[in-house]
Design a protein around this ligand. Structure first.
Ligand SMILES: Nc1ncnc2c1ncn2[C@@H]1O[C@H](COP(=O)(O)OP(=O)(O)O)[C@@H](O)[C@H]1O
Ligand SMILES: [Mg+2]
Length: 308
């Protein structure tokens, strides 16, 4: 305390950082060190996901570095950051979709409801039912609207229709109808398509197709819905519908959404994780805090549009 007066005055704009979080590079710009507490997000209840020390490599290139974070359930978590910072890679770790990419190597731990998903013997079909995914471009099957919904449950043996099933007394045409209606209602699409369930899904508009993909994902009773820039191929009206839907879904499901739109993250999410170049998670906190008063100078520069 007594030698405080001898220390050089810090410029006002770096007040937010302790001095040891900043080192000067030879070029003179400040290179921030990420403080562990910036990503320790505190919330009530159990985490849906606990990610610890997650590293992902594609061949020799590292795409994610030491990601540690806990994701609360029944809420919307937004993942933001500049292109190439590893948002999609991170999302794919949460239901082991990276397993399908030959060059990808994942190290570290991801627990879903306290159970490690990167252990031998995990049933990947079950995992991907529990942790569903919606992609940037709507990708409905070239089948009827109805069949898009019933495809998953049917594949998993949860719906049977047809002669053999009727003979066995397990016909579930009624259950299929109920399922289709429930999922389309949950995805805010029912009113627009209820009179044409047997039409080909590819005849729907882009926004309708995306809501159908969400309905299809709901049909297998997931806990978590991962969305990778779900509205970036849509017009503003279709985008607004998806955004409303995401907020609605979070009452029942854990939604994790990658978006390149900071406005969208600010509108729809409860908490926001900021990834920056190099594949690091820099800060994770309440969305208001991230946008109004982040700890990291780089996060502030990013959310105020100074780069990215
Ligand atoms: N299938 C892949 N094969 C090799 N490199 C990849 C692959 N997918 C992503 N990458 C690389 O990993 C890094 C992170 O990519 P990605 O997760 O797609 O970032 P974001 O979604 O934030 O734009 C980038 O450098 C990207 O080029
Ligand atoms: Mg991406």
């Amino acid at each position: 305390m007594s030698n405080r007066m001898n220390e050089p005055q810090e410029p006002a704009e770096s007040n937010r950082q302790s001095t040891d979080s900043v080192t000067q590079t030879t070029a003179g710009e400040s290179q921030e060190k990420i403080q562990p507490e910036w990503t320790e997000y505190e919330f009530q209840g159990d985490p849906k996901f606990s990610v610890e020390d997650l590293d992902v490599y594609y061949g020799d290139e590292q795409a994610l570095q030491g990601i540690t974070m806990e994701v609360p359930e029944n809420s919307v978590t937004a993942l933001i950051g500049p292109s190439g910072c590893g948002k999609s890679t991170f999302l794919r770790c949460l239901n082991r979709m990276n397993d399908r990419i030959k060059s990808a190597r994942v190290e570290g731990s991801v627990e879903l409801d306290g159970e490690e998903i990167y252990q031998d013997g995990i049933n990947l079909v079950e995992l991907r039912k529990r942790v569903g995914m919606v992609f940037q471009s709507p990708n409905p099957f070239p089948k009827s609207i109805r069949d898009n919904i019933s495809y998953g449950p049917r594949k998993h043996g949860e719906l049977e229709t047809g002669l053999l099933a009727r003979l066995r007394g397990t016909d579930s045409t009624d259950r299929e109808q109920q399922l289709v209606e429930r999922c389309l209602k949950q995805a805010a699409l029912w009113e627009e398509v209820s009179d044409r369930l047997d039409d080909n899904a590819l005849g729907l508009s882009g926004g309708q197709q995306q809501r159908l993909c969400i309905a299809r994902c709901l049909a297998v009773d997931p806990d978590v819905i991962l969305m990778d820039e779900p509205a970036s191929a849509l017009d503003p009206i279709a985008t607004a519908k998806i955004e409303d839907l995401i907020e609605e879904l979070a009452k029942e499901y854990t939604v994790i959404v990658v978006t390149h739109s900071m406005q969208q993250a600010a509108r729809i999410s409860d908490q926001t994780a900021v990834f920056l170049t190099g594949g690091e998670l820099v800060e994770f906190d309440d969305t208001d805090k991230i946008f109004e008063n982040p700890e990291s100078q780089r996060v502030e520069d990013y959310v105020t549009g100074k780069f990215g």
